[in-house]
Design a protein around this ligand. Structure first.
Ligand SMILES: NC(=O)c1ccc[n+]([C@@H]2O[C@H](COP(=O)([O-])OP(=O)(O)OC[C@H]3O[C@@H](n4cnc5c(N)ncnc54)[C@H](OP(=O)(O)O)[C@@H]3O)[C@@H](O)[C@H]2O)c1
Length: 225
């Protein structure tokens, strides 16, 4: 049974990843800062382990990941992320720190801790749910300073990881889920979590050396930086 680890699986896109991988018969490991009753209820549908701990604290990460020692992880999905921008004129250093903490530092910190687990898989993959809002070329509307910058930064992290880990058989990429109906995306978003995640899983399944280190949307299209 293949294994996927998903961060922030208690709601939104992460929860849908858990639902779809469970129904496909995968072992799902959820890593999140708090319990989620909706996620826990999915345990009836398949093999689910939930690890609880702060995702932005090194010592807590070390503690939360202890049960994974020696286990193979086929797919590692950095999904947890936050957006909190008020626009030009409202810079707050602490807000930038907290956005970069979860959107950029956490994917790298967890990848470093779990790379041996992913390298044990036949074709290990590490992906981060980034955003088209990271793209300089696609930025025609401005705003969202910390969020755009953080997702551009995590793209750079994933690009370097793709190059550094290829020799260990680990394929890394950044993904854009589309505009999705979640707490973050809002009700006007054009995609349901189910449609977005179905596409993203297809993209993850077909990641290869050519697509490693790129930003790919849920339809499998490569996006410009
Ligand atoms: N929705 C969209 O249209 C869209 C578009 C492009 C990219 N994305 C990206 O997709 C990913 C999932 O977003 P979503 O739409 O599902 O958002 P969401 O419904 O707001 O869910 C965010 C998830 O991230 C977790 N999270 C946020 N800050 C955290 C922190 N400091 N520590 C630990 N966990 C934290 C949340 O955990 P809690 O439940 O504990 O708060 C939750 O599981 C994010 O990386 C987002 O940037 C979303």
């Amino acid at each position: 049974m293949p294994t996927v680890l998903i961060t922030g699986a208690g709601r939104g896109i992460g929860l849908e990843f858990a639902r779809q991988y469970l129904s496909a018969g995968w072992q799902v490991i959820a890593l999140q800062r708090a319990e989620s009753a909706t996620l826990t209820a999915l345990a009836d549908t398949g093999s689910l382990d939930v690890l609880i701990g702060s995702l932005t604290d090194e010592a807590e990460l070390d503690r939360a990941l202890v049960p994974l020692e020696g286990r193979t992880i086929d797919v590692l999905i950095h999904n947890a992320g936050a957006m909190n921008d008020k626009g030009f004129g409202y810079f707050e250093r602490e807000n930038w720190h907290s956005i970069f903490d979860i959107n950029v530092f956490t994917p790298l910190a967890i990848s470093e801790r779990l790379v041996d687990n992913v390298a044990r898989a036949d074709h290990g993959r590490i992906v981060t749910v980034s955003s088209i809002l990271s793209s300089m070329e696609k930025n025609t509307s401005g705003g969202l300073y910390a969020y755009r910058a953080s997702k551009a930064a995590v793209n750079a992290v994933m690009r370097s990881m793709a190059l550094d880990l290829a020799g260990r058989g680990v394929t890394c990429a950044a993904l854009h889920p589309g505009w999705v109906q979640t707490d973050m995306g809002g009700q006007d978003a054009t995609l349901t979590p189910a449609d977005s995640v179905a596409g993203l899983i297809q993209v993850i399944n077909t990641l290869d050396a050519d697509s490693a280190g790129t930003l790919i949307d849920w339809r499998g299209r490569t996006l410009p930086w």
